[in-house]
Design a protein around this ligand. Structure first.
Ligand SMILES: NC(=O)c1ccc[n+]([C@@H]2O[C@H](COP(=O)([O-])OP(=O)(O)OC[C@H]3O[C@@H](n4cnc5c(N)ncnc54)[C@H](OP(=O)(O)O)[C@@H]3O)[C@@H](O)[C@H]2O)c1
Length: 276
C-alpha cells in the first residue's frame, strides 16, 4: 500500500474507510460493524472517525472492529471545535481512546475551526503527542489563511488538513493544495464520491465503462493519482467496500486524466473552501 510522509516523518496510508453517519442507532449497527470488519479483512490500512460521528458511536464500532485483530490499521479521529480548549482537547482525546480501545491515535485532528484560540488546541496537541496518546496531529476544513495561521503555531508538525475535495469539488486545486504540497503536508480528501452525487455524472460513467471499472473506482483513482492526496470513502455496504478498495488497482493514462480535467475543470481563481 502506498503511503504519504507527514512533516513529522511518519507515514500515513493513501487510502482508508470513512465512518460518518455510522454509530447513530441500533438498527444499522450490525451492518456498520460488519462493513468495517470486512474493510480490515480486505486490507484497508486506515479508518477515519471522529467524536462527532454518532456522538461517539462510530468510534465505539471502530473499537469493536479492532478488538482482537493482529495488525491494526492507521487510526484518524477528531476533536469537536467546542471541545478544543487546552484541557478540553486532552479530555476529548482520552474519551476517544477509551471508545476506540486504543492507547494511541495515529492522527488526531481539529474537526473544523471554532471559537477556541488555535494556540490552545495546538498546545494540547503537543502535550498529547509528548504523552504518547497521539502520534501526529492536524486539522480539517482549514482554508489557506487558516493553514498559514496554523503554520505559525505548529512547529512544522501539522500532519494533514482533511477537506472536501473530489472531481466535482476542485476548489483546493487553486491555492490550498499547492500551499500544502510546498510544505509536504498530505491533503486528506473527504467525501471523495461527493456522498454519491458524483456517480451519476455521464462522462464519469462513460470513461469508467471504457476503463472497465466503476464510476466510484474512477473517481477514487483520480484522487489517488494526485500527488500528496489521500482519501477515505465511506460505505456500509459489503460490495461497495470491496468495489472502492479496487480503485487502488485502477491506473489512469495521461489521456484519461486530460479527459477528466475537461469534464471537471480545476477552478480558474480562488474559491472559498467548501464544507459538508
Ligand atoms: N472532516 C470533515 O468535516 C468530514 C466531512 C465529511 C466526511 N468526512 C469523512 O470522510 C468520509 C467520506 O465522506 P462521506 O461519507 O461524506 O462521503 P463519500 O465517501 O463521498 O460517500 C459516501 C456515500 O456514498 C455511498 N457509496 C459509497 N461507495 C459507493 C459506491 N461504490 N457506489 C455507490 N455509492 C457508494 C455510501 O452509501 P453506503 O454507505 O450505503 O454504501 C454513502 O452514502 C466520511 O465518512 C468521514 O469519515 C469528514
Amino acid at each position: 500500500m502506498r503511503s504519504c510522509k507527514m512533516p513529522s516523518g511518519n507515514e500515513m496510508p493513501v487510502f482508508g474507510i470513512g465512518t460518518w453517519r455510522m454509530g447513530e442507532g441500533h438498527a444499522k449497527r450490525g451492518a456498520e460493524l460488519e462493513a468495517i470488519k470486512y474493510a480490515l479483512e480486505l486490507g484497508y490500512p486506515m479508518i477515519d472517525t471522529a467524536e462527532m460521528y454518532g456522538d461517539g458511536g462510530a468510534e465505539e464500532i471502530v473499537g469493536e472492529a479492532l478488538a482482537g485483530i493482529r495488525e491494526r490499521p492507521f487510526i484518524v479521529s477528531k476533536v469537536y471545535p467546542h471541545n478544543a480548549t487546552r484541557s478540553g482537547t486532552i479530555a476529548a482525546c482520552e474519551r476517544s481512546l477509551e471508545r476506540l480501545r486504543l492507547e494511541r491515535i495515529d492522527l488526531y485532528l481539529l474537526h473544523w475551526r471554532g471559537g477556541v484560540r488555535l494556540a490552545e488546541t495546538y498546545e494540547a496537541f503537543f502535550r498529547l503527542r509528548e504523552a504518547g496518546k497521539i502520534a501526529d496531529f492536524g486539522v480539517s476544513n482549514f482554508d489557506t489563511g487558516d493553514m498559514e495561521e496554523a503554520a505559525r503555531l505548529d512547529k512544522g508538525l501539522t500532519g494533514t488538513n482533511q477537506v472536501l475535495y473530489c472531481l466535482s469539488r476542485r476548489g483546493p486545486d487553486h491555492d490550498l493544495l499547492p500551499w500544502m504540497r510546498k510544505r509536504s503536508i498530505p491533503l486528506m480528501a473527504y467525501s471523495p464520491l461527493d456522498q454519491g452525487r458524483l456517480l451519476t455524472n455521464a462522462t464519469l460513467k462513460k470513461l469508467a465503462g471504457e476503463l472497465r471499472c466503476t464510476a466510484a473506482q474512477l473517481a477514487l483513482a483520480w484522487l489517488l493519482a494526485q500527488p500528496g492526496v489521500v482519501t477515505i470513502p465511506k460505505s456500509m455496504t459489503r460490495e461497495r467496500v470491496k468495489e472502492n478498495f479496487g480503485a487502488l488497482d485502477v491506473k489512469l493514462s495521461a489521456d484519461i486524466l486530460a479527459e477528466l480535467d475537461r469534464a471537471f475543470p480545476a477552478p480558474k481563481g480562488k474559491q472559498s473552501l467548501e464544507m459538508l
